[in-house]
Design a protein around this ligand. Structure first.
Ligand code: NAP
Length: 226
């Protein structure tokens, strides 16, 4: 059994992750960390094999540092913080002998991973690109981590992502993104919709099961496990 502590357990994503971990036969929900539950991660990280973090851009880097110190692997879904700073921390910790791995994924939905891959592929032939991301009104960061990652992948493929990335925040939405590519006399639209937070759970559970197998101390993107 892999012992999983969920950080941000009282939040929208955290509650869904707790239920998914609880329902998985090979995972044990060992703890729920959240200010609303009066349960700081510091008191629970010692019993975790893996910590799954869906908190805030302010809290997540500190939580990952606690994981590295305690030797627990970290699966991070939180978006909106500096990934390169955290990469440097994880690599320095490995240099100091820490055995824990960190996997950060801006989107755990398989359809979103495919949408990012298809967008990068399309940009090789249709480089002019606009990104529109749409989320519920409670989302703290803009543009979304998925949109920033998509832009990075499209640029690496030779695409020209127009600025700004467009962010829509409305009640009723969950997590959606459209990548529009334009060429002579034509456009191509690639769209993904998470209609429900359950869309993220197969990816989160896969990451909790496999983060310990990663060879690098710091990995970005669920595709590393697919
Ligand atoms: P949310 O409902 O606001 O939940 C965040 C929870 O974390 C809140 O209960 C918050 O408590 C708690 N928290 C704050 N500081 C904490 C700390 N130091 N330790 C433990 N818990 C702490 O937000 P959400 O909608 O679940 O989203 C959470 C994050 O996941 C966001 O960054 C969002 O962009 C991201 N997300 C990622 C994916 C993906 O696939 N990667 C999918 C959806 C969302 P308080 O309210 O008391 O501050």
């Amino acid at each position: 059994m892999i012992r999983v502590v969920v950080s941000g357990a009282a939040g929208r994503m955290g509650e869904t992750v707790c239920a998914a971990v609880d329902g998985a036969e090979d995972l044990e929900l060992a703890g729920r960390a959240d200010p609303a539950l009066d349960a700081p991660l510091a008191g629970l990280v010692g019993i975790a094999d893996v910590v799954v973090d869906f908190t805030t851009p302010e809290a997540a880097p500190t939580n990952v540092r606690s994981c590295l110190e305690a030797g627990a692997h970290a699966v991070v879904g939180t978006t909106g913080f500096d990934l390169e700073e955290l990469r440097a921390t994880a690599e320095a910790a490995r240099g100091d002998g820490a055995a824990a791995n960190v996997l950060v994924a801006p989107n755990f939905a398989i359809g979103a991973v495919l949408m990012m891959r298809f967008a990068a592929e399309a940009a090789r032939r249709l480089p002019e690109c606009e990104i529109v991301e749409l989320h519920h009104e409670g989302k703290l960061d803009a543009p979304s981590g998925t949109a920033k990652r998509t832009a990075e992948l499209v640029r690496e493929a030779g695409g020209n992502v127009h600025e700004p990335i467009h962010s829509v925040r409305l009640p009723g939405l969950v997590a959606h993104q459209e990548v529009l590519l334009g060429g002579q006399g034509q456009t191509l639209s690639i769209r993904h919709d998470s209609l429900d937070r359950s869309s993220f759970m197969p990816g989160v559970l896969l990451a909790a099961r496999r983060v310990g197998e990663l060879e690098q101390p710091f990995t970005v993107g669920l595709e590393a496990l697919l």
